[in-house]
Design a protein around this ligand. Structure first.
Ligand code: AMP
Length: 284
């Protein structure tokens, strides 16, 4: 079933009283990465809701909100094939009122702590995680799921959502799912659609850098600067590196040395498209 209004979702939720409900929040343009979350949700829950909403308040003024791919008919078809019970695809005005006109002065926001947002993607995407937490908490309140499913692909996002759930006593269990990649190693992303064939090859630099860092760590190098320096040999003028960090995977804290709880995270532009990826150093 496809629902566009909050009331339709609430009605379904009342029907599902006593059942275990899972929510997979997405911005649509669904690919195998999203489907892996849906599959996990199907395994875990009696009923699965997928939200498809390109959330205006998590995009900066110079970001790709207008051109972000919107493929609701195809998304709905994919969800139906996976046995999703409800696809919730609201309009911006259904979510935010005011005819979708948004203003920081009139909307109640959820603002995650500075420590978590003042790094990685939050450094350049100012306000992004306020927008993410606000929409995710709204979706949690609308759907009232028992479980929320998120991808490790957006590692900073999952850490921040878990923190929000803990700090605000939201009675929902967050399930994190591994990154799904193309055979080439490229992490699946809706933004890969913006890349040319050539760009997709150049984009392999992200996973190559991360794999090499992991390899070096597993061979015994724990000095973080030394690990980060191994990236330079992969970069060409096709790559515009935004960040490469090695942090604690649970807290996003800096460490003096890399260890089995470390995560390496990268953001890099290829053909002007901002791509992110990460890997756990302790994982084989
Ligand atoms: P998005 O539609 O990009 O907002 O992503 C919706 C959810 O799918 C988020 O929890 C993402 O982390 C997750 N996701 C996106 N790409 C992948 C991937 N390649 N593997 C696993 N999960 C992913």
């Amino acid at each position: 079933m496809l629902a566009h209004t909050i009331e339709e979702v609430r009605e379904k939720r009342r029907e599902w009283k006593g059942l275990k409900v899972g929510l997979v929040p997405t911005m649509g343009a669904l690919h195998e990465g999203h489907l892996s979350l849906i599959k996990k949700a199907k395994e875990t829950c009696d009923k699965v809701v997928v939200s498809v909403f390109v959330n205006p308040i998590q995009f900066g003024p110079s970001e790709d909100y207008d051109k972000y791919p919107r493929t609701l008919d195809k998304d709905y078809e994919l969800c139906s094939k996976e046995g999703v019970d409800l696809v919730f695809a609201p309009s911006p005005s259904e979510m935010y009122g005011d005819g979708g006109k948004l203003s920081n002065d009139t909307l109640t926001y959820v603002c995650p702590p500075f420590f978590y947002v003042n790094k990685l993607c939050g450094k350049t995407r100012v306000g992004h995680f306020d927008g993410v937490c606000t929409v995710v908490l709204k979706l949690f309140n609308i759907v009232q799921p028992d479980y929320g499913f998120f991808g490790q692909k957006d590692a900073q996002q999952v850490v921040i959502i878990k923190k929000m759930v803990k700090d605000l006593n939201v009675p929902i269990e967050i399930v994190q799912c591994p990154i799904v990649r193309e055979e080439s190693g490229l992490a699946l992303s809706s933004r890969n659609k913006y890349l040319s064939q050539e760009g997709k090859k150049d984009a392999l630099v992200l996973s190559s850098i991360l794999n090499n860092i992991k390899l070096c760590y597993q061979k015994g190098i724990t000095d973080i600067e030394a690990l980060k320096e191994t990236a330079y040999s992969f970069l060409t003028d096709k790559h515009e590196m935004e960040y490469l960090e090695i942090l604690d995977r649970n807290t996003l804290e800096e460490k003096s040395k890399a260890d089995n709880d470390s995560i390496a995270l990268i953001a890099c532009r290829v053909e002007g498209v901002r791509l992110i990826d990460n890997t756990y150093l302790g994982e084989r």
